[in-house]
Each structure stands twice: as structure tokens, then as C-alpha cells.
Design a protein around this ligand. Sequence first.
Ligand SMILES: Cc1cc2nc3c(=O)[nH]c(=O)nc-3n(C[C@H](O)[C@H](O)[C@H](O)COP(=O)(O)OP(=O)(O)OC[C@H]3O[C@@H](n4cnc5c(N)ncnc54)[C@H](O)[C@@H]3O)c2cc1C
Length: 486
Amino acid sequence: MYDVIIIGAGVVGCALARKLSQYNGAIAVLDAAEDVADGASKANSGIVHAGFDAKPGTKKAYYNVRGANMYAQLAKELGVPYNPIGALVLGFSEEDRATLNKLLEQGKQNGVKELRVIERDEILKLEPNTNPDVVCALFAPTSAVVSPYEMTLALSYHAAQNGVEFIFNSPVSKVYEEHDTWHVETPQGVLEARAIVNCAGVGAADLHNQISDQPLQIIPRRGEYYLLDSTVKCPFTRTMFQVPGKMGKGVLISPTAHGNALLGPSAEDIEDGTDTRTTRQGLDFVLDKCRLTWPKVNTRPVITTFSGVRAHPATDDFIIGPVHGAPDNAFEAIGIESPGLSAAPAIAEELGEMVAEHLKLPSARFVRAAVPLLKPFAAMSEEERKEACKRDANYGRIVCRCEVVTEAEIRDAIRRPVGAKSIDGVKRRTRAGMGRCQGGFCSPRVMEILCEELHCSPLDITKCGGESKLLVGTLNEIAKEGRRHE
Ligand SMILES: Cc1cc2nc3c(=O)[nH]c(=O)nc-3n(C[C@H](O)[C@H](O)[C@H](O)COP(=O)(O)OP(=O)(O)OC[C@H]3O[C@@H](n4cnc5c(N)ncnc54)[C@H](O)[C@@H]3O)c2cc1C
């Protein structure tokens, strides 16, 4: 019997788990996937939005600005890559100027600091690669970039350090209340808790509609991206937006927290929230839009494409708090589309306090401080590298040549609480496979290390859980099978 079961290990569920780990209570996080950050939290723009986009008075506006103000400190505490680079929203006509002025006013009402509209000369001085046809821009110096999956991972590590249990490969099919106890059905069995919190992203409406008297709809909205090689300098030092449209904030070009250039996203409503394919149409749309910001854009330095799916609520605002019309002690943070990454720390802070208060969970007498993410070998000085190799000889073995990731870092990523179990799990924790060869060289060695650490056969290793196995059999088996067919 848990005190709280959180359904969904995205940035919202993990931030909430971390907050609740500061109380005395048995907390579990369930996820359908085999790792944290498998939904929108791994595939987004990674922008900590300043907060001028959301309509004043909405939950999006409130939590965005509050969350963004918490980010610098949180990222420092957890050791997550975060860079306050600022952002420009470009306008190419007087009509765009009117929109930018509206955003400026909205931003001021939302409490965003240092916002101003700037003119062509200043834009070109700040960002010389901008299309010279630009007329004006909204300048938001408080906008930042963060590594979204590393933030989610770091939140989960800190929660686990303070006793939160993470249970993966557990898609929740049903939730119901009986005798003041919540029952959570998964293929492995039924778990019980005093309270549940639905943070299930695109899967959240199904669970909400089982228990609420106010059914709601979440529309999966896919966004596709190009990622450029980090060895090619990003043409911009800030995040470059265009004026937003009715489907969202539009297409941007931005350096990521790791220095690659990111181009996207598109916005397309789809049926299946797990459909993260990329399409010719979506990618062409991105490229076309990017040309307006950066006329010289081309696909030569592209190392990968990917997509993420937004959980767009039909009501157009975040839904946070007790589930309407449900029995007591059911809570939710759903419809958390953009700016949900920015808002997550603030959502967790308030929702966590609300849940703890309802359950009368006492504050924990001892809370472990976060162990910050390891400094990557790639970012160490020569002196630091020598020291690291002395401490652990595995620092002397480079596994991923593109991103300079060592065997020591890969082993640590697997051994940590909430450790990696798949090739993608290692990739998101260490960057092995994130470079220009996209794992072409290092995957076999990463697979070997996973087998050694997890004591399993290479045949069990997956790319990202489920059926995504990398090997189909041993050569002996395949040869025997072939002879039998002959
Ligand atoms: C293309 C795109 C760009 C974005 N850009 C930004 C940005 O720049 N800045 C910003 O602030 N925000 C951005 N966002 C929004 C941000 O990514 C999301 O708001 C945030 O990641 C939502 O986190 P979450 O934890 O609610 O959901 P998710 O990360 O989707 O996590 C939900 C989890 O629930 C699990 N789950 C679902 N159903 C079940 C079930 N039945 N049982 C068990 N587990 C289940 C899933 O496996 C998943 O792990 C963007 C989103 C997208 C898609």
C-alpha cells in the first residue's frame, strides 16, 4: 500500500516525485515505458520560456513564469545543462509588429522582466545571420535552454535517493477507488494507494475519464525536428522564434544546451499519441519556415530527425489539482503541453504541497541533497581528466568517439538508481550515440557494457525497451535455422 502513486515518469511526474520525497510517505512512480522521460519530456525544444506567450490569467502563464524563475537554481543543484541565452521573436512586417507588441504587453502582465521590442539594426548586430528582411523583434533576455531529458533524469535520481520507487514497463489500464483506497491496474497486477496523481501526458485523458464526471479530450499534436551536428557552429547564439500561430509557438532555430543547432517543430494533430515518426511533409514544413529566419539553412549538417507529441488539451489550458467529480485523493497535472517543461518545477511545488496536505504527510526529518550529474569527461580540463583516470581507469577508455564518452561514465549511468537499461537509456544519460555517427560505432560496445552490468545476454538488450531488440539471434542459431530450411 503506497501513500501516493504517480502515473507518468515525464518531467512533471518526476518533479512531483522529487517534491513528495521531502515528506514521510511511500511514493511510487509508474510508467508504461522502460525508462523516465520516454514521452514529450525527451523530445521537445528544451526552451525554458520567459512566459510572454501564454494568455494572462491562465494556468499556463502562472506556472510558466513561476517555473522559469526556479530553473537556474534547480539546474545548478542537480547539475543539469542549462544556459540563459535569451530569445528573439522575429517580425517581418508591420502586422507582425502588432503581434509582437501584444506579446510584449502579455509578457508584462504575466510578470516577465526585461522584455522589449527591438529594431532591425539591433537584431542584425545581436544575430548577424538573421534574414536581413527582418523588421523588428521581441527580445526576451530571460529565456533559456535546458537539456529536457537530463532534467527529467536528474529529478528522478533525486527522488529515488530520497526513497521514491520507480516502476517501469507498467502501462496503467484502469484506476478506481474502493473502500477509501485507490486501485491502479497494470499487467503485473493491481497496486494500491491512498492517493493517485495522473501525470500521464498524452495517455492522461483515458485515466481522467474513468473517474471524473467532467470528461475531457487531449489531442496528440506532433512536432518534428532536425538536429544539426555539434561540430557545425549554430548560426545563432539565442533562440530565434517567429511570430506564433494558432497551433503554437511556431518554428524556431536554437542552440541546444549542448550546443547543437535545433530546427523545428512542426505542429500536426494526430490520432495516436505514441506515433513519433518523422515525415517528409513535416520536415519540409520545418525547413521552409526556417528559411525565413535563416536564408542559408541547409540539411548537410543534419545528424538526425525526431519528433515529440504534445498533449494538447481541448480546453487550451493546463489542468492541475484534484480530479473534478472523482472520489477523494485523486489528483492530476494533465494537458501539460508547452510551456510544460518550463512550468514543471512550479507545478510540482504546488501540487506536491496540495497532495501532502490532503494526506497529512509529515515533512521528512532528513532529506538527502541531490548528487549532481557527473561532469562529463568531454567537458573536463586536462588536469581533471588525469585525476579521473587515476580514480577509475575506465575513464581512460573512450567508447563514443563523437561525443568523447568514456566507459566509466557509461558504467555509472547503468549503476545509478533509476539506471539505464537500454541503448537509448545510456545515450540520454551520457550522450554516447548522440554525435554525428548516431551510435554507429559505439552501440556494440555499449551493448557489451550493458550485458556486463545487468548480467544478461546481448539478445536481451533493446534500443528503448519493449520489442526494440537489437539482435535477432546468434550466428550458430541462425545457421542451424537456415540448414533446417534447406
Ligand atoms: C514538440 C514539442 C516541443 C515542446 N517544446 C517545449 C519547450 O521548448 N519548452 C517547454 O516548456 N515545453 C515544451 N514542450 C512541452 C513539454 O515537453 C511538455 O509539457 C512536458 O514534457 C510534459 O511532461 P509530462 O510529464 O506531463 O508528460 P510526458 O513527458 O509525456 O510524460 C508522460 C509519461 O506518462 C507515461 N504514460 C502515459 N500513459 C500511461 C499509462 N496509461 N500508464 C503508465 N504510464 C503512462 C508515458 O510513458 C510518459 O512517460 C514541448 C512539447 C513538444 C511535444
